[in-house]
Design a protein around this ligand. Structure first.
Ligand code: PMP
Length: 424
């Protein structure tokens, strides 16, 4: 395996099986999963409804390719088109978020006849040649070479600089002014703005509600398309909304929406949704051998049904809200925690050293200590200083309590190791 595959933990973890919100490692140790299999386990591990759909389909036919129709693919496309909020929507399935964003870029650049795109600072959109070219975090973007001309926009994260203390309204106004100024310096033919409504790898940072609606007013004046990357924020994870873009709904739906990760509950399902006029701008034939393959589509349909029937969006709002409150109470006594932020079951815990500076070491230690205590969490943030909590959406209140307690223990150990008590 390549050196650049980032493995978590000093001693890499091998998982063998899971059930509900728990997973087990090769030594038989059980963990509470607060990272949802890096957000791919949307509902629950080994969810019987999904497992049954997978095995029934695997026992029936394994042909893949978009040359033939498959009833689950048609069903899922229809359901996702309706749910997307995009009028007259068409859906194209891919096998990953990277590939979904690549398809979105192909559509937007072709539709607009321009390879100039706007992306957000601190963003992450994938690992392909095109998607690293719109990833505004150099730790995850290995090359400065790109098929795109990318301009990076303020707004996804406030950071620690002069924007940090602005009110929501002032921050939004400053970002809109910055965007307008930047567009004034282009030749006037930018293809699209791509943004994660809540930055995922970037550390679960959300802009003020309505920021992208304010952006869209500017974009619409120039005919620039809005691509929302819902790979982490989709399917109700943020609690208040089914899609992250709906926190910015005032200016209407996006032009293009991309999704992946959770919808397949572990099966490789991604996709891009766009209104017909945009989706159909490609003039040549295309095909996907694995995108939309029958087993993955059967899983997606069963998983989506479970999610909607059990109101897991509502669960994310309720249990996520309690968990955020609980973590804020814990943080109040721990200077190592700079901020607890989040929406629904997408919660970031930013850590800092005794001097208040970003502390990637504290985050790494917290991950290790949490693992020892039987809790899996993620990390992220531009400075790799933020713990990321994104459990399966069926998390119970009792499990949220248990996880918060385990995390508190881990953070207390970090606090005593790095001596955050002496923080001024
Ligand atoms: N977009 C976002 C917002 C992501 O978080 C990710 C994965 N972390 C991707 C795209 C890429 O998805 P994949 O790993 O499935 O290619």
């Amino acid at each position: 395996m390549p050196d650049w595959l980032a493995l978590y933990y000093d001693e890499p973890l091998e998982l063998t099986h899971g059930e509900g919100r728990h997973v087990w490692d090769a030594e038989g140790r059980r963990y509470l999963d607060f990272f949802g299999g890096i957000l791919t386990t949307m509902t629950a591990h080994a969810l019987p409804e999904v497992t049954r759909a997978i095995s029934e389909q695997a026992g029936r036919i394994l042909h893949t390719s978009t040359l033939y129709l498959d009833r689950h693919m048609v069903e899922l496309a229809e359901r996702v088109a309706t749910l997307s909020g995009i009028p007259d929507a068409r859906v194209f399935f891919t096998t990953s978020g990277t590939e979904a964003n690549d398809a979105a870029l192909l559509l937007a650049t072709t539709h607009r006849g321009s390879n100039q795109v706007l992306a957000m600072r601190n963003s992450y959109h994938g690992r392909s040649f095109s998607s690293v070219g719109i990833t505004g975090n150099s730790a995850w973007s290995p090359t400065s070479l790109s098929p795109l001309q990318t301009l990076y926009v303020h707004g996804g994260v406030r950071g620690r600089g002069p924007w940090a203390d602005l009110s929501d309204a002032d921050f939004t106004a400053a970002c809109v002014a910055d965007l307008t100024d930047m567009l004034g310096q282009t030749h006037g033919n930018v293809a699209a703005l791509i943004a994660e409504p809540v930055q995922g790898v970037g550390g679960f940072t959300a802009p003020p509600d309505g920021l992208y609606a304010a952006f869209k007013e500017v974009l619409d004046r120039h005919g620039i398309l809005w691509i929302t990357d819902e790979v982490q924020t989709g399917w109700g994870r943020t609690g208040d909304h089914f899609w992250g873009w709906q926190a910015h709904a005032a200016a209407g739906p996006p032009d293009i929406l991309t999704f992946a990760k959770g919808i397949g509950n572990g099966m490789s399902v991604g996709g891009v949704v766009a209104r017909a006029e945009v989706m159909n701008c490609l003039g040549a034939n295309s095909i996907s051998t694995f995108g939309g393959s029958p087993v993955t589509m059967a899983a997606g349909c069963a998983n989506l049904s479970y999610l909607l029937e059990h109101d897991l969006q509502g669960n994310a709002r309720r249990v996520g809200g309690l968990l955020i409150q609980r973590l804020r109470a814990i943080a109040a006594g721990l200077p190592v925690v700079r901020e607890v932020r989040g929406r629904g079951l997408m919660i970031g815990v930013e850590l800092a050293g005794p001097d208040g500076a970003p502390s990637p070491r504290a985050a790494s230690l917290a991950l290790e200590h949490a693992r020892e205590a039987g809790l899996l969490i993620g990390k992220g943030g531009r400075e790799a200083d933020t713990l990321r909590i994104a459990p399966p959406l069926s998390l119970t209140v009792a499990e949220a309590e248990e996880g918060a307690e385990l995390l508190e223990g881990a953070l207390r150990r970090v606090q005593s190791t790095i001596g955050g008590e002496q923080q001024p």
